[in-house]
Design a protein around this ligand. Structure first.
Ligand SMILES: Nc1nc2c(ncn2[C@@H]2O[C@H](COP(=O)(O)OP(=O)(O)OP(=O)(O)O)[C@@H](O)[C@H]2O)c(=O)[nH]1
Ligand SMILES: [Mg+2]
Length: 361
């Protein structure tokens, strides 16, 4: 690319946000931005010192969008405009009309020396599923993964095979969680009709997401709710209840969807009303037995020994259920607390690096 070319890129992730940032770089950057930016006050942008943060209007001195330009240097500026895609797109297009060349944020950061790992971490961070995932990814961005890969390489260079094997094994265990940081866990609530599934979904979600009624067969389709439990993002799936004699074809189709949802679950909440027998076949997928409506049953009533007793109506056992869900999905948090605090590979490419010679990472 010609050295005089002005490069522009959207540096904030797509989606809703209060602010968007457009980067402008190149020897003619400040001159190009000055043609579109009308600063508040009399001093033009070209005469402002490096580091200046200047408020003004874009493209039209009286009616243009109000925004802020940061002058890092003559050749590098940032335009901070309103969030969302429309405002930043207008800024980018007006710069392109003046000859600027648009590039992706990945190319922008790579040109500034960012590693592939850093690009992967920034991309994943923008899609992180909840605060725990964001924390883990932020640590990888800060260097945890790079540090551990270098440590394994040093073991290799010193001929310490045990050190290499232990380091890799730890990383592989961490990768099980790492690969899920941008994809929510899928928890499917299943059981007989009227077992109290939708009521439990609502209790976990904290609002009346699903319709609840005394009529068996109320839920007829899959209903997904995204929630955050203990800092982890989860897609909670309410399903049509199962019974031997579905009322009609719609209910039958709903039950078929329940079966396929169960097959794709990370965890099944098998809801049993009191002493009711389980209506579902074993699936090989991890499950929790949940006893519903415990306000109606005596504690001494027969129940599967490992079932979690709940009452959605009385709000009993819901916190225990939430804790049990997370313990089943991410047992490492309790069994190996340091694991997720350190290096966590989070892409297939990074996991692939573990089987190569560590010196080549
Ligand atoms: N007393 C009591 N009643 C409950 C509780 N949970 C649910 N119910 C009642 O049980 C009935 C069925 O509840 P739902 O949550 O709709 O059950 P479901 O399993 O989703 O039912 P389907 O969608 O028809 O399969 C409703 O009348 C609820 O009010 C509970 O904890 N205690
Ligand atoms: Mg229901």
């Amino acid at each position: 690319m010609h050295s005089a070319t002005v490069r522009v890129a959207l540096l904030t992730p797509p989606g809703r946000g209060a602010l968007a940032v457009v980067g402008v770089a190149g020897t003619a950057a400040v001159v190009t931005v000055s043609k579109l930016f009308f600063p508040r006050g009399s001093l033009p942008l070209v005469d402002r010192p490096d580091g200046a943060i200047v408020f003004g209007r874009w493209a039209d001195a009286d009616r243009g969008e109000e925004l802020v330009v940061v002058r890092h240097s003559v050749g590098r500026l940032e335009v901070h405009c309103h969030g969302g895609l429309a405002a930043s797109e207008a800024v980018l297009e007006s710069l392109e009309v003046l000859g600027a060349v648009r590039e992706s944020w990945q190319d922008w950061l790579a040109a500034a020396g960012a590693s592939t790992l850093e690009l992967e971490a920034r991309d994943a961070l923008a899609r992180a599923g909840g605060p725990k995932a964001a924390q883990i990814l932020a640590r990888q961005l800060a260097g945890a993964l790079e540090f551990e890969l270098a440590r394994i390489a040093a073991f290799d260079a010193a001929g310490d095979r045990d050190g290499v094997a232990a380091g890799r094994e730890r990383m592989r265990r961490a990768a099980r969680i790492g690969l899920r940081l941008t994809r929510p866990w899928r928890v499917v609530v299943a059981g007989r009709v009227n077992a109290g599934k939708s009521s439990l979904v609502n209790a976990l979600a904290g609002y009346a997401r699903s319709i609840v009624s005394a009529e068996p067969g109320t839920t007829r389709d899959l209903l997904e709710t995204r929630i955050v439990l203990d800092g982890w993002e989860i897609d909670l799936v309410d399903t049509a209840g199962l019974r031997d004699d579905p009322a009609d074809e719609v209910e039958q189709e709903g039950m078929a969807r329940t079966v396929s949802a169960v097959a794709g679950a990370d965890l099944i909440l098998r809801v049993l009303d009191g002493g009711q027998a389980s209506a579902c076949l074993p699936t090989g997928i991890p499950e929790l037995l949940v006893l519903s409506k415990c306000d109606l049953h005596l504690v001494s009533d027969p129940a599967p020994f490992n079932a979690i007793r709940t009452s959605a109506v009385a709000g009993l056992g819901i916190e225990e259920l939430a804790a049990a869900i997370m313990h089943r999905l991410v047992p490492e948090e309790r069994t190996d607390p340091g694991l997720l605090a350190g290096a966590v590979p989070f892409t297939e490419r990074q996991i692939g690096l573990l089987s190569e010679r560590p010196g080549r990472v």
